[in-house]
Design a protein around this ligand. Sequence first.
Ligand code: GSH
Length: 213
Amino acid sequence: MIKLYDYLICPYGQKVRIALAEKALSYELVTVDLRLNEHRKPDFLRLNLFGRVPVLVDDDTTVYDSTVINEYLEDEYPEPPLFPAIGMSAMRARARLLEDFADSSFTPQVGQLIVEVSKPEAERDQNRVQRLHQTVERVLDYLNHELRGNNFLAGDFSVADIGFAPRMLVLSELGIDVAANNRANIDAWLKRLLERASIRNLEGVAAEAVGGG
Ligand SMILES: N[C@@H](CCC(=O)N[C@@H](CS)C(=O)NCC(=O)O)C(=O)O
Protein backbone atom coordinates (compact mmCIF):
# COMPACT_ATOMS: atom_id res chain seq x y z
CA MET A 1 0.00 0.00 0.00
CA ILE A 2 1.32 3.42 -0.95
CA LYS A 3 1.26 6.21 1.64
CA LEU A 4 1.78 9.83 0.61
CA TYR A 5 2.82 12.28 3.33
CA ASP A 6 1.76 15.63 1.98
CA TYR A 7 0.27 19.05 2.62
CA LEU A 8 -2.56 19.69 0.18
CA ILE A 9 -1.53 23.09 -1.13
CA CYS A 10 2.12 22.09 -1.66
CA PRO A 11 2.80 22.29 -5.43
CA TYR A 12 5.50 19.59 -5.18
CA GLY A 13 3.05 17.21 -3.50
CA GLN A 14 0.59 18.09 -6.26
CA LYS A 15 3.12 16.87 -8.84
CA VAL A 16 3.14 13.50 -7.11
CA ARG A 17 -0.64 13.40 -6.81
CA ILE A 18 -0.96 14.05 -10.56
CA ALA A 19 1.42 11.16 -11.28
CA LEU A 20 -0.41 8.81 -8.89
CA ALA A 21 -3.75 9.71 -10.51
CA GLU A 22 -2.37 9.30 -14.05
CA LYS A 23 -1.11 5.84 -13.11
CA ALA A 24 -4.42 5.06 -11.36
CA LEU A 25 -2.57 4.10 -8.17
CA SER A 26 -4.55 4.14 -4.95
CA TYR A 27 -2.85 5.51 -1.88
CA GLU A 28 -3.42 6.71 1.64
CA LEU A 29 -2.91 10.43 2.09
CA VAL A 30 -1.28 11.40 5.40
CA THR A 31 -1.54 15.14 5.95
CA VAL A 32 1.53 16.78 7.43
CA ASP A 33 0.29 20.18 8.55
CA LEU A 34 3.14 22.60 7.93
CA ARG A 35 1.32 25.38 9.80
CA LEU A 36 1.46 23.18 12.91
CA ASN A 37 5.13 22.34 12.26
CA GLU A 38 4.28 18.66 11.91
CA HIS A 39 7.14 18.39 9.40
CA ARG A 40 9.62 19.08 12.23
CA LYS A 41 8.43 16.21 14.41
CA PRO A 42 10.87 13.29 14.92
CA ASP A 43 8.52 10.72 13.33
CA PHE A 44 8.39 12.73 10.13
CA LEU A 45 12.12 13.59 10.16
CA ARG A 46 12.79 9.85 10.25
CA LEU A 47 11.10 9.65 6.81
CA ASN A 48 12.82 12.72 5.39
CA LEU A 49 15.72 14.22 7.29
CA PHE A 50 15.15 17.50 5.40
CA GLY A 51 11.68 17.78 6.93
CA ARG A 52 9.87 18.47 3.65
CA VAL A 53 6.77 17.09 2.03
CA PRO A 54 6.02 15.17 -0.13
CA VAL A 55 7.29 11.79 1.06
CA LEU A 56 6.09 8.55 -0.47
CA VAL A 57 6.24 5.23 1.35
CA ASP A 58 5.64 2.13 -0.75
CA ASP A 59 5.86 -0.90 1.54
CA ASP A 60 9.56 -0.92 2.57
CA THR A 61 10.64 1.90 0.29
CA THR A 62 10.68 5.54 1.41
CA VAL A 63 11.30 8.22 -1.20
CA TYR A 64 11.22 12.01 -0.90
CA ASP A 65 11.53 14.91 -3.35
CA SER A 66 8.75 15.11 -5.95
CA THR A 67 11.08 14.58 -8.92
CA VAL A 68 12.67 11.49 -7.38
CA ILE A 69 9.28 10.18 -6.24
CA ASN A 70 7.85 10.49 -9.75
CA GLU A 71 10.90 8.72 -11.19
CA TYR A 72 10.42 5.95 -8.63
CA LEU A 73 6.74 5.66 -9.62
CA GLU A 74 7.75 5.45 -13.28
CA ASP A 75 10.25 2.67 -12.54
CA GLU A 76 7.94 0.70 -10.31
CA TYR A 77 4.64 1.33 -12.12
CA PRO A 78 5.62 2.07 -15.73
CA GLU A 79 2.11 2.22 -17.22
CA PRO A 80 0.97 4.64 -18.47
CA PRO A 81 4.40 6.21 -19.01
CA LEU A 82 5.09 9.75 -17.82
CA PHE A 83 8.49 9.94 -19.52
CA PRO A 84 9.34 9.74 -23.21
CA ALA A 85 10.25 6.13 -24.12
CA ILE A 86 13.63 4.65 -23.24
CA GLY A 87 15.87 5.24 -26.25
CA MET A 88 14.43 8.70 -26.88
CA SER A 89 17.33 10.12 -24.91
CA ALA A 90 17.14 13.70 -26.15
CA MET A 91 13.40 13.93 -25.41
CA ARG A 92 13.91 12.31 -21.98
CA ALA A 93 16.60 14.87 -21.20
CA ARG A 94 14.27 17.66 -22.36
CA ALA A 95 11.49 16.38 -20.08
CA ARG A 96 13.88 16.33 -17.11
CA LEU A 97 15.32 19.75 -17.90
CA LEU A 98 11.89 21.33 -18.17
CA GLU A 99 10.73 19.68 -14.95
CA ASP A 100 13.82 21.02 -13.19
CA PHE A 101 13.19 24.46 -14.68
CA ALA A 102 9.61 24.39 -13.36
CA ASP A 103 10.80 23.34 -9.89
CA SER A 104 13.54 25.93 -9.62
CA SER A 105 12.51 28.90 -11.75
CA PHE A 106 8.71 28.94 -11.84
CA THR A 107 7.07 27.19 -8.90
CA PRO A 108 8.99 29.07 -6.13
CA GLN A 109 8.54 32.43 -7.87
CA VAL A 110 4.77 31.95 -8.18
CA GLY A 111 4.80 30.89 -4.51
CA GLN A 112 6.56 34.12 -3.55
CA LEU A 113 3.98 36.07 -5.54
CA ILE A 114 1.18 34.29 -3.66
CA VAL A 115 2.80 35.23 -0.33
CA GLU A 116 3.22 38.86 -1.41
CA VAL A 117 -0.32 39.37 -2.75
CA SER A 118 -1.79 37.64 0.32
CA LYS A 119 -0.47 40.49 2.49
CA PRO A 120 -2.68 43.50 3.21
CA GLU A 121 -2.14 46.00 0.39
CA ALA A 122 -0.30 48.48 2.63
CA GLU A 123 2.31 45.85 3.56
CA ARG A 124 2.93 44.63 0.01
CA ASP A 125 6.27 45.25 -1.61
CA GLN A 126 4.98 46.49 -4.98
CA ASN A 127 8.43 46.42 -6.59
CA ARG A 128 8.79 42.79 -5.63
CA VAL A 129 5.29 42.03 -6.94
CA GLN A 130 6.21 43.69 -10.23
CA ARG A 131 9.53 41.80 -10.50
CA LEU A 132 7.86 38.47 -9.80
CA HIS A 133 5.12 39.25 -12.36
CA GLN A 134 7.82 39.96 -14.94
CA THR A 135 9.60 36.68 -14.13
CA VAL A 136 6.39 34.71 -14.55
CA GLU A 137 5.58 36.51 -17.82
CA ARG A 138 9.04 35.64 -19.15
CA VAL A 139 8.56 31.97 -18.30
CA LEU A 140 5.15 31.98 -20.02
CA ASP A 141 6.64 33.56 -23.16
CA TYR A 142 9.37 30.90 -23.15
CA LEU A 143 6.87 28.05 -22.70
CA ASN A 144 4.69 29.47 -25.46
CA HIS A 145 7.71 29.33 -27.74
CA GLU A 146 8.62 25.79 -26.66
CA LEU A 147 5.06 24.62 -27.35
CA ARG A 148 5.11 25.67 -31.03
CA GLY A 149 3.51 22.83 -33.01
CA ASN A 150 3.47 20.58 -29.91
CA ASN A 151 0.59 19.39 -27.75
CA PHE A 152 2.84 18.95 -24.73
CA LEU A 153 6.28 20.11 -23.60
CA ALA A 154 8.29 16.95 -24.29
CA GLY A 155 6.48 14.63 -26.69
CA ASP A 156 3.39 13.12 -25.06
CA PHE A 157 2.11 14.29 -21.67
CA SER A 158 5.05 13.90 -19.28
CA VAL A 159 6.74 14.94 -16.05
CA ALA A 160 7.61 18.23 -17.80
CA ASP A 161 3.91 19.17 -18.04
CA ILE A 162 3.31 17.85 -14.53
CA GLY A 163 6.08 20.10 -13.20
CA PHE A 164 4.35 23.25 -14.40
CA ALA A 165 0.72 22.23 -13.87
CA PRO A 166 0.22 23.04 -10.15
CA ARG A 167 1.28 26.67 -10.49
CA MET A 168 -0.31 27.13 -13.91
CA LEU A 169 -3.63 26.54 -12.15
CA VAL A 170 -3.26 29.56 -9.85
CA LEU A 171 -2.14 32.19 -12.36
CA SER A 172 -5.61 33.51 -13.18
CA GLU A 173 -6.25 33.96 -9.42
CA LEU A 174 -3.11 36.12 -9.38
CA GLY A 175 -4.43 38.27 -12.21
CA ILE A 176 -2.06 36.78 -14.80
CA ASP A 177 -3.60 36.15 -18.20
CA VAL A 178 -1.79 33.16 -19.71
CA ALA A 179 -3.17 33.98 -23.17
CA ALA A 180 -1.89 37.58 -23.13
CA ASN A 181 0.99 38.60 -25.39
CA ASN A 182 -0.27 36.31 -28.19
CA ARG A 183 0.36 33.19 -26.13
CA ALA A 184 -2.11 31.01 -28.04
CA ASN A 185 0.04 27.87 -27.64
CA ILE A 186 0.13 28.11 -23.91
CA ASP A 187 -3.59 28.87 -23.74
CA ALA A 188 -4.34 25.71 -25.79
CA TRP A 189 -1.86 23.68 -23.67
CA LEU A 190 -3.51 24.75 -20.41
CA LYS A 191 -6.94 23.76 -21.80
CA ARG A 192 -5.40 20.41 -22.82
CA LEU A 193 -3.99 19.92 -19.31
CA LEU A 194 -7.38 20.66 -17.79
CA GLU A 195 -8.97 17.91 -19.89
CA ARG A 196 -7.10 15.47 -17.62
CA ALA A 197 -8.92 14.55 -14.39
CA SER A 198 -5.54 14.29 -12.61
CA ILE A 199 -5.05 18.04 -13.11
CA ARG A 200 -8.65 19.25 -13.13
CA ASN A 201 -9.15 17.75 -9.66
CA LEU A 202 -6.44 20.01 -8.25
CA GLU A 203 -8.08 23.23 -9.43
CA GLY A 204 -9.96 23.94 -6.19
CA VAL A 205 -6.95 23.12 -4.02
CA ALA A 206 -4.76 25.39 -6.10
CA ALA A 207 -7.19 28.29 -5.71
CA GLU A 208 -7.13 27.65 -1.95
CA ALA A 209 -3.36 28.18 -2.01
CA VAL A 210 -3.92 31.73 -3.23
CA GLY A 211 -6.73 32.27 -0.74
CA GLY A 212 -4.62 31.57 2.31
CA GLY A 213 -1.87 29.01 1.85
N1 GSH B 1 12.42 19.77 -3.93
C1 GSH B 1 11.37 19.35 -3.04
C2 GSH B 1 10.71 20.59 -2.45
C3 GSH B 1 9.67 20.22 -1.40
C4 GSH B 1 9.24 21.45 -0.60
O1 GSH B 1 9.82 22.55 -0.69
N2 GSH B 1 8.19 21.27 0.23
C5 GSH B 1 7.73 22.34 1.09
C6 GSH B 1 6.23 22.48 1.05
S1 GSH B 1 5.63 22.92 -0.56
C7 GSH B 1 8.08 22.00 2.53
O2 GSH B 1 7.94 20.88 2.96
N3 GSH B 1 8.54 23.01 3.28
C8 GSH B 1 8.84 22.85 4.66
C9 GSH B 1 10.24 23.32 4.98
O3 GSH B 1 11.05 23.50 4.05
O4 GSH B 1 10.51 23.48 6.16
C10 GSH B 1 10.36 18.50 -3.84
O5 GSH B 1 10.33 18.61 -5.07
O6 GSH B 1 9.66 17.68 -3.22
